[in-house]
Design a protein around this ligand. Structure first.
Ligand code: AMP
Length: 688
């Protein structure tokens, strides 16, 4: 028997039976707790540990298995019999089989968000490699059989690949079943001679090019568990903050693009399309007013019309209205303005318009449309026929609690229009993501748009940050997510898990505003590059948005509303000058649909814009200076819809569409120039 010296010098046996009580506290007198799992089968050791430690707190910290890390004990000093583990929803995709008191399956399977207090469950794990591990991996049973080793496993010093699930097969028939959770495996296709014939990527992702100005394509695989998880978390946050959110339906407009192929045959599409078409995509089902079949229709006009129709028919159940980006939501409202009479006629007759030719759309809309409903048609006609469309969203969907759409960054320009249409319902910017990666969530969804910060989810990619100064210039320092400093500005770098992006610069500037526990929170400041520069000045996206915000007050005084905006630096004139294209709308509809433009108001608008730009710009705008008077070109209604169509026909995704802040290509400018109604110039130099 091993002997150790007791605290007071006497030799004692190390066997538990003969150790004196409190031996731990006597040997390690400053010990404050015993960190060991004492739940489940380990609870049998509680009396022994109490005895040895003189009842120091026994802390069961984590609940985990080889398949997944499940959760943490947030109350570590609680008594062992009171320990509960808080599940970390980002660890795996968790589902639960309801079991009765005897542990027998009841065949009901629910999501983590749907478990009920007091019920018993067995967890099911789907891990990030996309493989359902559920109760057990049957193949592993074979591994423990006493069989000739040579036919059991396929492994190397780099990885354990797989096992032979048919161990009694003849040697020449042995195949190995790969265990996808062992490593991340990719395969290079080779021909009979072992020569490489293909690529190691599953598909190619294309970003829309509407935020960065140019399209980027990059390799991806079809493992979207992390992104789907981010979206699921965002929905959980909404349920927590918005009363009744889970009880109603969401009317969130989504669109997909046709999938094209690269020259070597790989599927190519924007990320939202790829995600929604992936086998792991989980449809919101009856939680959404739009059946998936409509979203899968690649004709945007038919899809938009049908999504609106389904939303109107189910108006009493809608608790949230939205689209990923505000620019799209504003466009949907314009479509509603154009088609409300036809939508009402469809509802009145219970018959969908003939121009909807997509069979899947027709079938699913017909089910929702049901019998003729003249009362509902009258009600909608009455609301839409009113002179002003102020509060139209809350009037048509009276139980709506919020508008879910991103209004940070360049989307901030749509806040006044959305406030007008929704009668100031909360506007929720819930996520920050890109084609490259999902970054984070707004954990305080009901805060004002100007206070939105996104909490980064550290498991989405490996994030690093280039420190940038106030002008967005890199200072050279690169830090990890854990090392970002409060108040500092950074540009994120993304290295993703599939290994296809290494330190990819996304081009956004973020400002650290706080921490949620230890996870940094960032305010989206702007896209990185200078938007406008005529001389040596550098006017950023943030400068333009601030100026636009201040000038909005001038428009409001004249009953006009901004519904679309972009700009460009016109150097064809001497001196060069800033040009802002504005699409405006009267708050009160007049039958003629003619926009009444007051010259005084629009000249004043130009002046306020200039006064709000940087002091450097203002100093260059002096009389006979190198920058000429700022110009506003008012364009016809629908111009920004045409601009969106222009980008969509070139492969941009509608769901991810962002009106470009600045236009640089002559081809794109032409879309706007053809629709200019009137021009106005600032009539005085701004104060310096
Ligand atoms: P894309 O990859 O084409 O979908 O564009 C991604 C870009 O959209 C990001 O890099 C940001 O510039 C912008 N973006 C995405 N989410 C937000 C957000 N919540 N607030 C502001 N800008 C955003």
């Amino acid at each position: 028997m091993d002997l150790i010296q007791s605290y007071d010098g006497e030799a004692v046996s190390s066997s538990p039976d003969s150790s004196p009580p409190g031996i731990i506290t006597r040997l390690w007198p400053k010990t404050k707790c015993i960190e060991t799992i004492v739940t489940g089968i380990m609870s049998q050791h509680i009396p022994a540990l109490d005895y040895y430690s003189n009842k120091l707190p026994l802390v069961s910290k984590v609940y985990a298995s080889s398949e997944a890390f499940y959760g943490l004990n947030l109350n570590p000093l609680s008594k062992p019999q009171h320990v509960s583990y808080t599940f970390l929803p980002n660890m795996s995709y968790f589902e639960f089989i309801r079991v009765d008191a005897d542990g027998e399956d009841t065949s009901e399977i629910v999501d983590l968000v749907d478990v009920t207090l007091g019920h018993y469950y067995e967890p099911l794990v789907t891990n990030y490699s996309g493989r359902t591990m559920s109760q057990h991996i049957p193949a592993l049973d074979y591994y423990s059989n006493e069989l000739p080793l040579v036919s059991k496993v396929y492994a190397s010093s780099e990885a354990f690949f797989g096992i032979n699930v048919n161990p009694l097969s003849k040697p020449q028939h042995v195949s190995y079943t790969f265990l996808p959770n062992m490593s991340y495996f990719e395969f290079i296709e080779v021909d009979d001679d072992g020569e490489t014939t293909g690529e190691i990527v599953d598909l190619v992702n294309v970003n829309t090019g509407t935020s960065s100005g140019e399209k980027k394509i990059f390799p991806a695989n079809d493992n979207f568990e992390d992104i789907l998880l981010g979206l699921a978390l965002s929905s959980l946050i909404m349920s927590k903050h918005v009363d009744g959110y889970k009880q109603g339906k969401v009317m969130i407009f989504k669109f997909i693009q046709p999938i094209s192929t690269t020259p070597c045959g790989l599927p190519l599409a924007p990320s939202i399309t790829i995600i929604m078409k992936s086998k792991n995509y989980r449809s919101p089902g009856k939680r959404s007013t739009t059946p998936d079949e409509i979203i899968m229709c690649t004709d945007p006009k038919q899809s938009m019309y049908c999504q609106l129709l389904c939303g109107l028919v189910q108006r009493d159940e809608v608790v949230s209205v939205g689209a990923l980006f505000a620019s799209v939501l504003v466009q949907i409202i314009r479509i509603l303005e154009k088609y409300w009479k036809e939508l009402c006629s469809n509802i009145r007759s219970g018959r969908l318009s003939d121009w909807i030719t997509d069979h899947c759309c027709r079938d699913s809309v017909s089910i929702i449309l049901g019998e003729p409903n003249p009362e509902l048609a009258d009600l909608i006609e009455n609301e839409c026929g009113q002179e002003s469309w102020q509060g139209i969203v809350s009037r048509l969907w009276p139980k709506t609690k919020c508008v879910e759409t991103i209004v940070t960054g360049i989307m901030a320009q749509y806040i006044p229009a959305l406030e007008f249409y929704s009668d100031k319902l909360p506007i929720v910017s819930s996520i920050y993501g890109s084609s490259e990666t999902f970054f984070g969530l707004n954990v305080n969804p009901l805060c004002k748009p100007q206070h939105v910060s996104y909490t980064f989810l550290p498991n989405m990619s490996y994030f690093e940050f280039i420190h940038v100064d106030a002008d967005g210039e890199a200072t050279g320092e690169i830090v990890d997510l854990v090392d970002v400093k409060l108040g500092a500005y950074y540009e994120p770098l993304v290295t993703n898990y599939s290994g296809s992006l290494y330190r990819c610069r996304v081009g956004d500037v973020l400002h650290v505003t706080g921490f949620y526990n230890n996870a940094p929170q960032f305010r989206f400041v702007r896209r990185k590059n200078t938007v406008l520069s005529i001389f040596v000045e550098s006017t950023t996206e943030e400068d333009v948005l601030k100026a636009l915000d201040r000038a909005t007050v001038v428009l409001e005084s004249s009953d006009l509303m901004l519904t679309g905006f972009t700009c460009f630096g016109d150097v064809s004139t001497v001196p060069g000058h800033y040009v802002f294209y504005l699409e405006l709308k009267a708050k009160v509809n007049n039958d003629t649909n003619v926009l009444l433009l007051d010259e005084k108001v629009l000249v004043e608008y130009c002046c306020v814009m200039e006064e709000s730009l940087s002091s450097f710009y203002r100093s260059l705008r002096r009389k006979d200076g190198p920058i000429g008077p700022l110009e506003v070109r008012v364009v016809q209604q629908g111009t920004f819809d045409s601009l969106m169509e222009f980008f969509v026909t070139r492969g941009a995704s509608i769901t991810q569409y962002k009106t470009p802040m600045c236009i640089n290509s002559a081809e794109t400018l032409k879309v706007l120039e053809d629709k200019v109604l009137a021009r106005f110039f600032s009539d005085k130099s701004p104060p310096t």
